[in-house]
Ligand binder design. Structure first.
Ligand code: SAH
Ligand code: SF4
Ligand code: F3S
Length: 440
């Protein structure tokens, strides 16, 4: 057996890809190790969303490259969004890399791995995805209770700041039968949560030319699988959340009442500059529709501070939106110029670094404030949670869990285990989590 170590940066799609890469390589006698020092093959699965994430990839490669001196047979591979973007240029910066493979080439690995074992240097990047039935390969899942299922990959939206359409290509949906088969297998294996993934998950099916293939109908089909488990889906594009999807979330008891809908900016002019297909008012309407429909629902978002040309007043609209919409949590970032993108070329409109980072700090402060408010709303309520982790401390057993609405809940109990669903009465709220007591 040969040992494989994978370092995964970036989003959930990358986490899922890494599980599939480890699965494919397991057919070729590679077993995964958590100790990178004993690996025969090192893979870094990279993210290019911001410059900082791309830089991380190259600095890790630098550290690994030095190891080849003591271990000449060590193989190093890079994949993911930085690989797809930089192609053979990767080797100019990191000549010791044996294999560069893109986001479209994962299912070519059986051939690629043989080549590097024969000491060839390989760069496999295409713009045409190599598509295989994913159920023909092992998947080595890393999480204990949650299983990722990618259902649609790629993006057709071309938001002006974003590199994803260039690194993941156009939208491609997997066939519903293949997804449902994977879901059935996951539940049989004992997983308690399925998270359906897509850069724009609510675009699912649009490329398959069949009006019945939609995220809403896929949720209905997975909901019918026997067993106690729950279903999530991320990430939703605001204007693609149609009534049928909201109806499906309502009808399906296993689907969590939780929506991740990145707003990006609270100002309509900036949204237009970003090429987002909705106005501030339309986003407000979607949030209000969802809040009216579901009790205890949570809505989370992403925001960018300091997009090119953003004025102080326009930035303040973002702070206002976070507060007025009572968003339950937001991911925040300072705008980072990306290669190939439209906004990346608006150099004369870039916001000075110090102003950008000050805005990010204020955004984070507002985020903390509204998150705490959101958490406080749940004190006294009972939430159904799924236990994800367990830790013993001072003779007491502390459990980490997540409620259906994605809130993190901690409680003590020696009667429950990882994978159990428990009703917990919330006693205390902090900025990032809740504390409670299990009820019988
Ligand atoms: N498909 C999702 C987002 C995927 S990228 C959507 O449309 O909302 C994840 C997040 O990274 C984005 O929501 C955005 O907030 C952030 N992001 C993307 N490009 C960025 C950039 N150039 N600089 C800073 N943040 C960026
Ligand atoms: Fe990027 Fe926009 Fe596509 Fe999201 S919708 S992945 S932000 S281009
Ligand atoms: Fe990063 Fe690629 Fe995901 S750029 S966020 S790893 S799609």
């Amino acid at each position: 057996m040969k040992k494989l170590y994978i370092e995964t940066l970036g989003c959930q799609m990358n986490k899922s890809d890494s599980e599939r890469i480890a699965g494919i390589l397991s057919h070729f006698d590679y077993v995964q190790t958590e100790n990178e020092k004993e690996a025969d093959l090192l893979i870094i699965n990279t993210c290019s969303i911001r410059q900082l994430s791309a830089d991380k990839a190259y600095s890790q490669l630098g550290v690994w490259g030095k190891r080849k001196k003591d271990k000449p047979n060590l193989k190093i591979a890079i994949c993911g969004c930085v690989a797809q973007q930089d192609k053979e240029n990767v080797r100019k910066r990191a000549p010791y890399v044996d294999l560069v493979f893109g986001t479209h080439n994962i299912y070519e690995l059986p051939d690629l791995i043989k080549k590097i074992e024969n000491n060839e240097k390989v760069c496999a990047i295409t713009n045409k995805p190599v598509i295989k039935n994913q159920n023909d390969f092992n998947i080595i899942r890393k999480e204990s209770v949650n299983a990722w299922i990618p259902i649609i990959e790629g993006c057709n939206n071309f938001c002006t700041y974003c590199v994803v359409p260039f690194t993941r290509g156009r939208e491609r949906s997997r066939k519903p039968d293949e997804i449902i088969e994977e879901a059935q297998k996951i539940i049989k294996e004992g997983y308690k949560e399925i998270t359906l993934l897509g850069q724009n998950v609510d675009s699912y099916g649009k490329d398959l030319n069949d009006n019945n293939i939609t995220l809403a109908n896929l949720l209905r089909s997975i909901n019918k699988i026997d067993g106690e488990f729950r279903i999530r889906f991320v990430t939703s594009y605001p204007s693609d959340i149609k009534d049928d999807l909201i109806n499906a979330v309502d009808e399906c008891e296993k689907v969590c009442k939780y929506f991740h809908i990145p707003m990006q900016s609270g100002n309509s002019r900036i949204l237009k500059e970003m090429n987002r297909r909705y106005t501030k008012e339309e986003y407000y309407e979607i949030v209000s529709k969802i809040r009216k429909r579901f009790e205890n629902v949570t809505i989370t978002s992403d925001f960018i501070a300091g997009f090119p040309s953003e004025t102080e007043g326009e930035f303040t609209d973002t702070l206002k939106a976070m507060e007025e919409l009572e968003l339950d949590y937001s991911n925040t970032a300072a705008y980072s110029p990306r290669e190939f993108t439209k906004a990346g070329k608006m150099v004369d409109k870039f916001i000075p670094e110090d102003v950008k980072y000050k805005r990010l700090e204020r955004l984070n402060e507002k985020n903390r404030e509204v998150c705490l408010k959101s958490n406080e709303k749940f004190v006294g309520k009972v939430l159904k949670v799924l236990i994800e982790g367990k830790m013993e401390k001072d003779g007491k057993i502390n459990l980490n869990s997540r409620a259906d609405n994605n809130k993190i809940v901690h409680f003590e109990s020696d009667k429950h285990n990882i994978g159990d669903f428990v009703n917990v009465k919330i006693k205390k709220a902090q900025t990032w989590c809740l504390y409670g007591e299990p009820i019988e």
